[in-house]
Design a protein around this ligand. Sequence first.
Ligand SMILES: Cc1cc2nc3c(=O)[nH]c(=O)nc-3n(C[C@H](O)[C@H](O)[C@H](O)COP(=O)(O)OP(=O)(O)OC[C@H]3O[C@@H](n4cnc5c(N)ncnc54)[C@H](O)[C@@H]3O)c2cc1C
Ligand SMILES: *[C@@H]1O[C@H](CO)[C@@H](O)[C@H](O)[C@H]1NC(C)=O
Ligand SMILES: *[C@@H]1O[C@H](CO)[C@@H](O)[C@H](O)[C@H]1NC(C)=O
Ligand SMILES: *[C@@H]1O[C@H](CO)[C@@H](O)[C@H](O)[C@H]1NC(C)=O
Ligand SMILES: *[C@@H]1O[C@H](CO)[C@@H](O)[C@H](O)[C@H]1NC(C)=O
Ligand SMILES: *[C@@H]1O[C@H](CO)[C@@H](O)[C@H](O)[C@H]1NC(C)=O
Length: 581
Amino acid sequence: MAPSATFLALISTLVILTSPAHALPNAVAHRDAQDSCHCFPGDACWPAPDLWNAFNGSLGGRLIANTPIAAVCHHSTLFPYDAAACSVLQNTWFLPQTHFDSSSSMMASLPTNNSCNPFLDASAPCTMGNYPVYSVNATGPGDYQTTLQFAQAHNIRLVIRNTAADYNGKSSGAGSLALWTHHLKSKEILEYRSNGYSGTAFRFGAGVQVTEAYEFSLAHGHLVVGANVPEVGLVGGYSQGGGHGPLVSRFGLAVDQVLEWEVVLASGEVVVASPDSAEHADLHWALCGGGGGTYAAVLSATVKAHPSLILSTANLTFALPPTAQSPDAFWEGVRVFVEHIPAINDAGTQAIWYVEATAFNLATLFAPGFDKTALDALMQPFLDALDRLELPYSYASEQHPGFLEGFLQQPGTGAANLNIGGRLIPRTLAQSNGGSAALTAAIHSITSSSGVVFSGVTFNVSNHAPEHGVGINPYWRETIFSAVFGTFFDWTDWEKNQRSADTITNDLLPHLERLTPGGAAYLNECDFQQADWKTVFYGANWVRLSEIKSKYDPNGVFYALGAVGSEGWTQQVDGRLCRAT
Ligand SMILES: Cc1cc2nc3c(=O)[nH]c(=O)nc-3n(C[C@H](O)[C@H](O)[C@H](O)COP(=O)(O)OP(=O)(O)OC[C@H]3O[C@@H](n4cnc5c(N)ncnc54)[C@H](O)[C@@H]3O)c2cc1C
Ligand SMILES: *[C@@H]1O[C@H](CO)[C@@H](O)[C@H](O)[C@H]1NC(C)=O
Ligand SMILES: *[C@@H]1O[C@H](CO)[C@@H](O)[C@H](O)[C@H]1NC(C)=O
Ligand SMILES: *[C@@H]1O[C@H](CO)[C@@H](O)[C@H](O)[C@H]1NC(C)=O
Ligand SMILES: *[C@@H]1O[C@H](CO)[C@@H](O)[C@H](O)[C@H]1NC(C)=O
Ligand SMILES: *[C@@H]1O[C@H](CO)[C@@H](O)[C@H](O)[C@H]1NC(C)=O
């Protein structure tokens, strides 16, 4: 679909009519109406430096010209080589903060496309690759509007970038301008009244991260639903795509919490979307689970407050016995755990667990609202089952002085240094008559592949769907865990990574797909090569989500890999984004 002449006229009008007082000097679109690709650096249509300077001026100097953070590790034209800085970077590369503090880096590995690899020799090339060329360090609606106008006027690819945690690099893009939301840190407590909810609520700016949201809500005697890890953004891809975490079996998913979204539309209009709003209830619905980065640019989300809870946690490990026993006992232990997942979830607790070829690790069992005695009692039937199998295990549990202390003490996951595949697992596969055995056999097969780690994050959100409805794939309501598995990334043998991604897609994920025909995957924890992704990510909601996307972003200003509307685009080998023909 090529942009119509009407669209171009509309955009020019928009730029003129809605530019704030510090308007761009005559930002005219220098571009062929037939051009079906975004303007790319080096193209004649790419804005000249004076236009970027004027744009920067209209943003009060908040435009950043990016260089890859690993440029310090290379002799390139982008940045001076600096051996000491490179060594520091190598030692901190796997910390999420290294990437979310930057205006351009990303936590994901394969989507970096090896364009500026900190672990290669200094003589290896360093280019922008998939990193955004410029970022706007946004502070509020004015910056959002100015950025959206500039991107449209000059036909530049726009990305919305929050923490850049996305496993598939959805918050990055070659030749792009990034709307960087990380510094929108506003936090507010309020009394909220609507048809569906009345009570305390919190309004969080787009850049607020999970720990900050927990801290702020707890300081006011409440809790909010957030992720298992501290660094993920609360309001961005997490709450727009699903959002599981320690509290979801008690209170629902992150998408079930949002009372209203304050957004800037592609047109530049600022609107508040809530289930009660006459005009934008559909947008609220889509943003609650229909995926980040595609319907509108979110400024803030107002979410339900929940009572503050005490927290106990437990962990448990067992391993394949070296010689004495057959591996059967180990896999029977895994199967028995799978059978216990419904009980763990239904009690309002959450398990984060890993299986490797020879080891099982329940890294954290989050038990909000439980004291240690109650948590141990919940786990006892599972421990008894392991005893009956004569499988040695190590179990520990603890009651924490407060939710935050317990949360921060758990082992983190670091940056996304993996190639992954994922699938949502339905409750039927935890049943002893067949289901749990078949699922365990699949886990066994997957982890038999060299270097694969399988993980599960459990929940029961069946009874938490809000009455007004949410756009998330309905399959979540029958799910007992999100399965994610992967192989660690190899930064020194790039081709190996594409091969291991292909193994995941073609050989390993099918073990779970065969068990879950017509099933689903969490769009935030998925294989970037997922076939049938429209139904796998969005299920029965695909059609309505597509309609809402067309209504709010008819010209495709917002794009992200695997997002609704992305089917209208193809990315060329050099990263250039073009309309699909
Ligand atoms: C270490 C790690 C741990 C994780 N743990 C959990 C977990 O416990 N539970 C869980 O459910 N998920 C978890 N995830 C997955 C997480 O939900 C996704 O990575 C999510 O996309 C992160 O959102 P973000 O906004 O922080 O990241 P980004 O990569 O910055 O953004 C992700 C997507 O959202 C869009 N987006 C961001 N901000 C906005 C905005 N203001 N308006 C519109 N679009 C926006 C971006 O364009 C992009 O498409 C984890 C991921 C990692 C890497
Ligand atoms: C934008 O302006 C600020 C302040 O003058 C400056 O520090 C910054 O380097 C400029 N950004 C670009 C991309 O030129
Ligand atoms: C990705 O890497 C390939 C192979 O080196 C290269 O041809 C392509 O241009 C790169 N794309 C980007 C966006 O860097
Ligand atoms: C972005 O803006 C914030 C203030 O809003 C500032 O603290 C931060 O240093 C800026 N970051 C960059 C890279 O310019
Ligand atoms: C397991 O839990 C105990 C008790 O909370 C804790 O002391 C220990 O560090 C945990 N082990 C791991 C590996 O996290
Ligand atoms: C969630 O728990 C309810 C009981 O409260 C149960 O009926 C339902 O089957 C459970 N759903 C899942 C997916 O485990």
